[in-house]
Design a binder for this molecule. Structure first.
Ligand SMILES: [Zn+2]
Length: 75
């Protein structure tokens, strides 16, 4: 059985994603993902000092735009 102990503190209202209280915890979750390729930890632009993990959009992976630019534009 997987260890289901949550390391996140809740959900971000704006993004609906899990909030991790540190980059270290977010990155630990990334490593736990079997398929974490293309995923990264990134700081939530709205909750200072907290982190999300997620897939990078194709445009970010290919260097056309940075993740903060995308997420800032999301409503
Ligand atoms: Zn957020």
């Amino acid at each position: 059985m997987a260890d289901r102990r949550p390391s996140y503190i809740g959900y971000c209202d704006q993004h609906g994603k899990r909030l991790y209280p540190s980059r270290k915890l977010a990155r630990r979750q990334l490593r736990a993902h079997r398929d974490s390729q293309g995923m990264r930890a990134y700081p939530c632009p709205l909750v200072a000092g907290h982190w999300h993990i997620g897939h990078l959009p194709k445009d970010v992976r290919e260097g056309r735009i940075t993740a903060p630019e995308i997420y800032r534009g999301q409503r």
